[in-house]
Structure formats: C-alpha cells, structure tokens
Design a protein around this ligand. Sequence first.
Ligand SMILES: Nc1ncnc2c1ncn2[C@@H]1O[C@H](COP(=O)(O)OP(=O)(O)O)[C@@H](O)[C@H]1O
Ligand SMILES: [Mg+2]
Length: 329
Amino acid sequence: MTNAATDLVGQTLGPYTLERLLGQGGFAWAFVGREANGTPVAIKVLKPRYAGDAQFESRFRNESETAAKLEHPNIIRIRSVAKTGEHVYFAMDLCADSLGARIAREGPLSEDDILRLARDITAALEFAHQQGVIHRDLKPDNVLIRSDGAAVLTDFGIARAVSGYVASTGVNMTIGTPHYLSPEQAQGRPLDQRVDFYALGVTLYKAATGEVPFSSNDWFELARMHVEDPPPSLRGKRPELSKRFERVVMKCLAKHPDDRYANAAELRVDLEEVEQKRRPTVTMGAAPTGTWQREALKDTSTGRRPWLVIAGVGIGLVLLVALVVRLMR
Ligand SMILES: Nc1ncnc2c1ncn2[C@@H]1O[C@H](COP(=O)(O)OP(=O)(O)O)[C@@H](O)[C@H]1O
Ligand SMILES: [Mg+2]
C-alpha cells in the first residue's frame, strides 16, 4: 500500500501517468498527469487510509459520479471515475491557475476582474442548483481559472461525501478550511443551496481585500464569529470598491439564509447591475469614488427636476401676461 503522495509520482493509474503533486486536501491528493496520448490532466486520488474504507470509498465515488454529470462551461469536466488496484481516483481537465493561487501571487484583484469571475461562478451555481447539487465547499482553491481567464468550479459535492461519512460513522474528519463555512454549517443545522452564496461571499471578500472576513486559529472561535460577528466593512478596507459591489458581498454574507439571495438567478441579476453601473465610471476615467458621486448627483438632479419645470412654466406665464398687458395698452 502506498503511504505517501511522492510514492505515486511516476506511476501509472489506469490510462494516466502521474507526473507531479499539485496539492492536497483533507482526504485526497491532486496530481498533474497525462493520458497515453499526451493530453495533460489533473487526477485526484483518495488517500490510502480512506480508499481502504468501503463506506467512504463508495460515497466518494458516488459524489464524483454526480459531479461528472454536471456538464457546464464553468464546471470542471470530469473525464472518468475509476478504481485501479487499491487506488480510487477521478481524472479531470487540468486548469492553468486557481483563484487561490492568483490571490496569493498578486494580492487583491480589481473589482472588474472579481465581477467577471463572480459571474462565471454564479452561472455554475445556477446550473448545479437546478440539478439539485449543492457545492458545499466553495473557496478560492476550488475556483480554477482556465487559460482564457474563465472561472471553473471544481470539487462539486465532494464535501457531501465527507459530511455524510462523518454523520454516519462519527469519525472526526475536517473537510478543509473553516474560513468559508456558513453559520448553519458551523452550527450543524440543516442546509440548502444558500450555503454556497455565503461561501461565495467569503471568496469575493478574500479576492477584494486579500483577507477573509473572519480569522482565528481556534476552530470554535471561528465558528462563533461566522454565527455572531458582523463582517468588517469591505470599503473600510478598500474604499475604491463600489457601494453596489459591497452590498452584494454583504448580502451573500448574511447570517440567516433568508437574508441572502434565494437563488443564483437573483444573485446574477444584482451582479449584472453592478457591472452595468460601473461601465460609465470606467469609460469616463473618473476617480475611484466616481460611481457613488455621480449617483448622488443623478439622484438630486432627478429629484429637483419637477421643481425646475414648475418654476420654468411659472416664469414663462408671468412673462406672457406682462407681454399681453403691454400690448393691450
Ligand atoms: N483540475 C485542476 N487543475 C488545476 N489545479 C487543480 C485542479 N484540481 C485541483 N487543483 C489544485 O490542486 C490543489 C489541491 O486541490 P485539492 O486536493 O482539491 O485540495 P483543496 O481544494 O482543498 O486545496 C489546489 O490548490 C487546487 O487549486
Ligand atoms: Mg479542491
């Protein structure tokens, strides 16, 4: 039995050769590999300790097969789910980058870049939720970025395999980072698709500031913060972000699922509005605060317009009467 990821490098699993380790999560390793015809792929291999557990193995395979059925341009394409010898694995398209790696490399992203990625992620969620699949583990490392810049979601439903296993066996197993966990997940309450909007809110917050809204080394303290503490203001950390964008992120981060978006279509509409309202700012090259200043101007000008019309008509009437009186003399 293989005990370390390094033992697998250079080995062949079914039709794939494993070339190097990409990284690892709680229960699986991710490798860069190659098909026999030379096509590069990413391969996720269940760690041996879990591959040896029939119940975990079957949950992992079931969830991988469900994810493989989600065919959408913003969801990773799973090429195969298989077992070869003692190894359980699935192969998927290899992406050039991930949002997690990009933030680590470049720091906070521009609002325009974040909005483009958010639109892609929301499209993926809208499709998956319609099929009854909740992601449950949305975070920057699970947002891959294709070479054309599009965002592609990976690890759909894998967290369900883990939480189902934990619930039925009592085995203590962390899914991964608790920084993206919704208040209802932190409290072990029933959950629905709206957990994905909370995790998206944390992901967008991280992309915009380089920091997650809540941070602590203590798992219980972090869970408490998700449940009780208001997230620190986004524009307090980065004033050039638009108010509209901040509102969308904060709505995603609402403590109670009823105060978040009810579905991805609602979120999509708000994101489109943020993008549309930003466009004039970009073309006019205004100062970073231009958007809200122009809105303030627009609001007052439309507000005053009826008075201007009434005043104009009034003055016109007075002049007309004066003219008539003068002509009659
Ligand atoms: N298909 C893929 N293409 C490129 N990178 C990937 C792919 N799948 C996973 N990765 C990257 O490999 C690393 C390990 O992934 P994973 O095992 O899912 O752990 P986690 O997502 O918890 O970090 C992550 O940094 C992830 O972004
Ligand atoms: Mg992952």
